[in-house]
Design a protein around this ligand. Structure first.
Ligand SMILES: [Zn+2]
Length: 205
């Protein structure tokens, strides 16, 4: 049984903003993110976005605005041939100590229960350490993009660098996963390393 593809939103699909991405007008696509989503849509795996949106509980925006933004985002993704199966949002500020804010695992577990997949053979794509930590704690295949906060995160990995695949952006991640899942299908269900790997510079070798 295949797992899922977990995506972070800000820094992976759209550019981060110091003042938060609160409305569709503030949503700037990372170049080629929609092409990446069209590749994910061809794989037999749920595509799930898990995103920390503390701007909600900072009262800078509302759940309704975030949902409205996500409706527009999903429409644009569909128009580009992509698919998002579910979006999970943590509205809390860090100091609230909730269980859903990444690296908390609550939203990941809820997704697995609600969509009916297992974490084995699942992937996580993120740009911040909190994304990576959640992925490591769930034993996912963890992919760090250099977009968003990714460059800075990559410089802070220290000894953890071997536990993460570093790629240029979500499109390179999509191609990597596509290759990995094809090889996995060809070899039965042993977990196979993809034939391509990313160099520290992010180039495909
Ligand atoms: Zn939360």
């Amino acid at each position: 049984m295949p797992g899922a593809i977990f995506l972070d939103r800000d820094g992976v699909l759209c550019e981060n903003r110091a003042t938060y991405v609160k409305a569709w007008q503030e949503f700037d696509w990372i170049p080629e993110a929609r092409e990446a989503l069209s590749i994910f849509a061809r794989l037999q795996m749920p595509v799930v976005i898990v995103t920390n949106q503390s701007a909600i509980n900072r009262r800078l925006t509302t759940f309704e605005s975030v949902h409205s933004l996500h409706r527009r985002m999903r429409r644009a993704i569909r128009d580009a041939g992509g698919r998002v199966d579910a979006i999970y949002v943590c509205p809390h500020r860090p100091e609230e100590g909730c269980a859903c804010r990444k690296p908390g695992l609550l939203l990941f577990r809820r997704a697995a229960t609600e969509l009916g997949f297992e974490f084995a053979r699942s992937y996580l794509i993120g740009d911040s350490l909190s994304d990576l930590q959640a992925g490591w704690n769930l034993n996912l295949e963890v992919i760090l993009v250099r977009t968003g906060l990714g460059e800075e995160t990559a410089s802070r990995l220290d000894g953890a660098a071997g536990r993460v695949h570093i790629v240029r952006d979500v499109l390179e991640a999509a191609r990597w996963i596509e290759t990995a899942s094809r090889q996995e299908n060809e070899r039965g269900h042993s977990f196979a390393e993809p034939a391509i790997s990313a160099s520290p510079g992010g180039d495909v070798l």
